[in-house]
Design a protein around this ligand. Structure first.
Ligand SMILES: Cc1cc2nc3c(=O)[nH]c(=O)nc-3n(C[C@H](O)[C@H](O)[C@H](O)COP(=O)(O)OP(=O)(O)OC[C@H]3O[C@@H](n4cnc5c(N)ncnc54)[C@H](O)[C@@H]3O)c2cc1C
Length: 394
């Protein structure tokens, strides 16, 4: 391959205690918890909306905060955000979990449907009210490394190429691109074809007029497979989503399959109200941290940041502690991972840790840890047992 060399002047745009890259659920949680802890925080998002997969990826189902046997497992940011997800829009929170029971979609757990557009809009002031600064339409391209120490990130935006200096940098990109480019060891995921849009038909409209259940109106139109691979196109290989070519082919295939699915319908009998604004890969890349989160029921960690349950029917009643060691690699003591990129091997660990409430948990803990390091002039490797206690979420 030919190589060209270019030279560009990069302006230093600002200096922050904590820089968070990626405004999905994990990044929002990290930026807000850092700012609330009293340090300066910048949240950099490449699109113009917050929420990542949970909003632009049209997910719209907040997995449970309970263990499925009536015990609440999560509080903190995970609970604040489930409440925010439906503050201005519909929900189907059960009355047992403080819902008003107006919508009839069946649900027993501490989980809910929400409108992705409304949730995303609500996230803006959730971030800015915390004092964190928000930068939209800004792509973080490369971390600037001084050996194993990250000095900040270079970004590309309408203003050109700029540098933001940071004492602690949190990667919440969903694909670990910051940490990968910094040299942190990472592992690629494998994804079945998924292309989910939101649609409604004449029949849905009639049903809504009859029963008024707005929550049941918007439906998923899945032109790909489910999470177990049922419906994956024959002959198509599973992809990680770590190259532009893979991403391009994946989304073109998804849109084509969506149009094929509706081509046989009366075109005046339905509308597709939203298509995803980001590829719906479940697992792109994750870091190899100090500890792997493997989702072992009852396993205890001395550096636990909190606990979560298991959203899967097979996980009813299971309780998992999440170790802080899954959020960083000790060769890189001022870089933290949050969200679906934490150190968790394929299988139970990655499945459990990638869902919305657990991304909120790891984001919140990362933000608290970063703020604590800044205030105590420490790096991550110098945190002691009392510090871990202070960043624990639940
Ligand atoms: C098909 C599918 C179904 C799912 N179903 C559910 C479900 O029903 N319930 C549930 O709870 N979870 C579900 N999940 C999982 C969950 O939605 C996601 O794993 C979770 O929301 C990920 O959050 P995150 O913040 O870690 O990452 P993301 O949501 O990926 O957010 C990353 C953000 O970073 C931004 N970004 C990336 N790179 C850069 C960069 N270089 N510079 C600036 N910004 C950048 C992106 O634009 C994005 O906003 C599902 C996932 C998929 C794919």
């Amino acid at each position: 391959m030919d190589v060209i060399k270019t030279e560009r002047t990069v302006t230093k745009k600002g200096s922050f205690d904590v820089i968070v890259v990626g405004g999905g659920i994990a990044g929002v949680s990290a930026a807000v918890s850092a700012a609330r802890a009293g340090v300066t925080a910048l949240l950099i998002e490449k699109s113009i909306n917050l929420g990542g997969l949970a909003t632009g990826g049209l997910i719209s189902w907040y997995e449970p905060l309970c263990d499925g046997k009536g015990q609440k497992m999560m509080c903190g940011m995970a609970e604040e955000l489930i409440r925010l997800s439906c503050r201005y829009g519909f929900d189907n929170l059960p009355t047992a979990w403080d819902g008003d029971g107006r919508n009839k979609q069946r649900n027993e757990r501490y989980s809910t449907f929400y409108s992705p557009g409304i949730f995303s809009a609500a996230l803006d002031s959730f971030v800015t009210d915390s004092g964190a600064q928000l930068r939209f339409d800004t792509l973080a391209t490369y971390p600037v490394m001084n050996g194993a120490h990250c000095e900040g990130v270079v970004v590309e935006s309408a203003d050109g190429c700029e540098f933001f200096e940071g004492k602690l940098v949190i990667d919440a990109t969903g694909d670990a691109s910051v940490m990968h480019r910094a040299g942190v060891p990472t592992v690629d995921g494998k994804n079945y074809m998924t292309y989910i849009s939101h649609w409604f038909t004449h029949d849905d409209a009639k049903k809504l007029a009859e029963d008024g259940d707005i929550c049941a109106f918007r439906r998923w139109l899945n032109a790909g497979s489910d999470m177990l691979g049922n419906g994956h196109p024959e002959g198509m290989k599973q992809v990680s989503g770590t190259t532009a070519d893979e991403i391009t082919e994946y989304v073109i295939t998804g849109k084509k399959r969506m149009l094929e699915r509706v081509a046989e319908l009366d075109k005046n009998s339905f509308d597709i109200m939203m298509i995803p604004t980001m590829p719906q890969f479940r697992t792109v890349r994750r870091i190899v941290g100090n500890t792997e989160f493997c989702a072992v029921d009852g396993q205890e960690f001395s550096d636990s940041i909190g606990a979560c349950g298991d959203f899967r029917p097979s996980g009813i009643g299971k309780h998992y502690q999440v170790p802080f060691g899954a959020l960083w690699n000790n060769s890189f003591p001022n870089l933290l991972a949050a969200g679906r990129i934490i150190s968790a091997p394929a299988g139970d660990g990655w499945e459990v840790s990638r869902v919305i409430p657990v991304c909120a948990l790891t984001g919140e803990a990362a933000g608290k840890a970063a703020a604590l390091c800044v205030k105590a002039s420490k790096t991550l490797d110098k945190l002691n047992a009392a510090d871990i206690e202070a960043i624990r979420v639940n």
